[in-house]
Ligand binder design. Sequence first.
Ligand SMILES: [Zn+2]
Length: 82
Amino acid sequence: RTLNAPPACAELLAAVARDCVDLLTDPAARAALRRCGGDTCRRLYLDTSRGHRRRWCSSEICGNRERVARHRRRAAALADGR
Ligand SMILES: [Zn+2]
């Protein structure tokens, strides 16, 4: 949303509330609402990706954490001879 002047707290809350109403009353937008797949992350996000296969709120943060954890599990399994 575009604001004409630096917003006061009430104006910011009003903009967030309008966006929430728009999101929750639009079935297509609501269907794209996802919970992040990060183990310790509780964020929600809108999956606007092509194919709707996005898994994390942020590829750079939660996605990277998951890739690092996967790499560590693989390296530990190799070290154990599994
Ligand atoms: Zn996340």
